[in-house]
Design a protein around this ligand. Structure first.
Ligand SMILES: Cc1cc2nc3c(=O)[nH]c(=O)nc-3n(C[C@H](O)[C@H](O)[C@H](O)COP(=O)(O)OP(=O)(O)OC[C@H]3O[C@@H](n4cnc5c(N)ncnc54)[C@H](O)[C@@H]3O)c2cc1C
Length: 481
């Protein structure tokens, strides 16, 4: 058989879980390759979620979800520095608006303590309103000081780039289509590019992780999509709604519709939780918008809906087991990091550690002495002092040209993001890395310029630059107009 590549371990899926696993694997003396079917990492659930680094009081004590959440939260406190991550450690509130809900948050407190969450306490109405003066109908709240909010796209890219810095490989536009086996053990991954020879596979394919497992012969779980929709407000309303993370008291199905200020100062409301069969439908719905507005109004009746800048939706990968599906499967050489619904973002580094430890204890690869855990520092132009800006422009004059006015993103930052080791290849890829197009006008002003910069830097014509997935050009050839 002809192989187009050889690896010791192939990771399937370039979301936060797959890229965290790739980085963990790159600490060992082995060849690790990640394949992602889309043109970029962080294209599926990792791109559309609440971005909360949960404290860990929600999941049942002893479940993978609970253990990985608490450990993942601790790990992110270390990774923030190593990977230069964008995190605001705001703490979170679960607000009760009735006596019944006060009872529920006391249950959450007890569960959180059993899960090992530090610093939890019940706050009085007055204490809550001191922190979040715009909330209405408050009786009290559960305060979790270890929670935070992260920028998930660059976290995912940073895991991938740190892994590449340590010898791993990220192959985009490469889709797993099946497996090659010998004596019932994995010996290759079939892809649209050909077969990758390997002894070990880690399945981190998100909403498709059951499909991948079945292709390998593991039918121990299934995944069903559960949609969550959001409304994102302009930064102009920051300070008028909430300062940190505010949850309502949770329901059986979800943590409820929260109100949160992101790492970059936008407030969002969402998500709802609605089951669907379609694994690709991420469209927002009028009914969904009504549902989240109605729910958020219980805590903030006067929502500035005229300051909405975008709506979006993400799909939770809900596992039939009710928990994360982690570790060695019944198929030799096949490991799962599957069914990773919330708190999967928070749990990702802990999941990576858990699954890779299992694989290493079987495969006996040894630790690399020269693993480089830190990524080079990069400070966004927006956050630089005037002196730092002047210095940067002296070094590279492209930093003197602001391309995205809403978010103050320079041409220098865009070019750096295109040429980094897991670089942007589309307009959305740029947007997710340095935020050009993320602001008030949502790219209306800068998208055409970003597309031209991509064309110049990638050596392709402007008509070949895509906005995002599939055929989504911004410029059309003259003859097609
Ligand atoms: C509405 C919502 C809110 C959430 N809020 C939070 C939160 O606040 N905090 C938190 O901790 N978690 C949260 N989560 C959960 C978190 O977002 C997910 O657990 C996490 O992003 C899952 O990452 P993943 O890498 O497993 O999946 P994904 O990000 O979906 O990545 C899987 C990747 O596999 C690729 N793939 C699939 N099939 C193939 C194939 N055949 N070949 C190659 N590649 C393939 C896909 O293209 C995709 O890129 C939320 C989720 C949702 C939907």
């Amino acid at each position: 058989m002809n192989f187009f590549k050889e690896a010791d371990v192939v990771v399937i899926g370039g979301g936060i879980v797959g890229t965290a696993i790739l980085r963990e694997l790159s600490k060992y003396k082995l060849k690790a390759v990640l394949i992602e079917k889309e043109h970029d990492v962080a294209m599926a659930t990792t791109a559309a979620n609440s971005a909360i680094l949960h404290a860990g009081f929600d999941a049942p004590t002893g479940s993978h979800k609970a253990v990985m959440n608490v450990r993942g939260n601790i790990m992110f406190h270390e990774l923030e520095e190593e990977l230069n991550l964008d995190i605001r450690w705001t703490g979170s509130l679960v607000v009760a608006t009735s006596d019944d809900e006060m009872f529920s948050i006391k249950e959450l407190l007890a569960r959180g303590k059993a899960n090992g969450v530090q610093g939890l306490k019940i706050l009085s109405k007055e204490e809550v309103l001191k922190m979040e003066p715009n909330l209405q109908n408050v009786k009290g709240a559960l305060w979790a000081p270890s929670a935070g909010v992260i920028w998930p796209f660059t976290a995912c890219v940073s895991f991938a780039e740190c892994a590449v810095q340590n010898g791993a490989e990220v192959l985009r536009n490469v889709e797993c289509l099946g497996f090659v086996k010998e004596n019932e053990a994995i010996c290759g991954v079939e892809t649209n590019e050909g077969v990758i020879k390997t002894k070990y596979v880690i399945n981190a394919a998100g909403i498709y992780s059951d499909v991948i497992a079945k292709l390998a012969g593991d039918d121990s779980f299934s995944i069903s999509p559960r949609k969550g929709e959001y409304i994102l407000f302009d930064k102009a309303v920051s300070g008028q709604l909430v300062n940190g993370i505010v949850f309502p008291t949770p329901t059986k199905k979800s943590k409820g519709i929260l109100i949160c200020t992101t790492t970059h100062g936008n407030v969002f409301i969402g998500p709802n939780a609605n089951e669907q069969d379609d694994r690709e439908d991420r469209a927002v719905t009028a009914a969904g918008m009504d549902e989240i507005i109605k729910s958020a109004r219980k805590l903030i009746p006067d929502l500035p809906l005229n300051k909405t800048i975008t709506e979006f939706a993400g799909l939770r990968a809900v596992s039939s087991t009710g928990d994360f599906v982690l570790g060695k499967s019944k198929i030799n050489g096949f490991y799962n990091a599957a069914g990773i619904q919330s708190p999967g973002l928070t749990s990702a580094p802990a999941i990576a550690e858990y699954v890779v430890n299992e694989l290493i204890s079987e495969a006996k690869y040894t630790v690399k002495e020269n693993f480089v855990k830190d990524l080079p520092r990069r400070k966004p132009f927006l956050r630089m002092t005037n002196e730092e800006r002047e210095e940067r422009i002296k070094q590279n004059k492209l930093y003197g040209r602001v391309v995205c006015r809403c978010e103050t993103v320079t041409e220098g930052e865009i070019v750096d993001d295109i040429h980094s080791s897991v670089g942007a290849t589309t307009v959305d890829g740029v947007k997710r890395r340095c935020r050009a197009g993320m602001g008030r006008c949502q790219g209306g002003f800068c998208e055409p310029t970003v597309a031209l910069i991509l064309a110049r830097e990638l050596g392709i014509s402007a008509t070949e630059v895509m906005r995002s997935k599939g055929k989504s050009p911004i410029y059309y050839p003259k003859e097609s107009r």
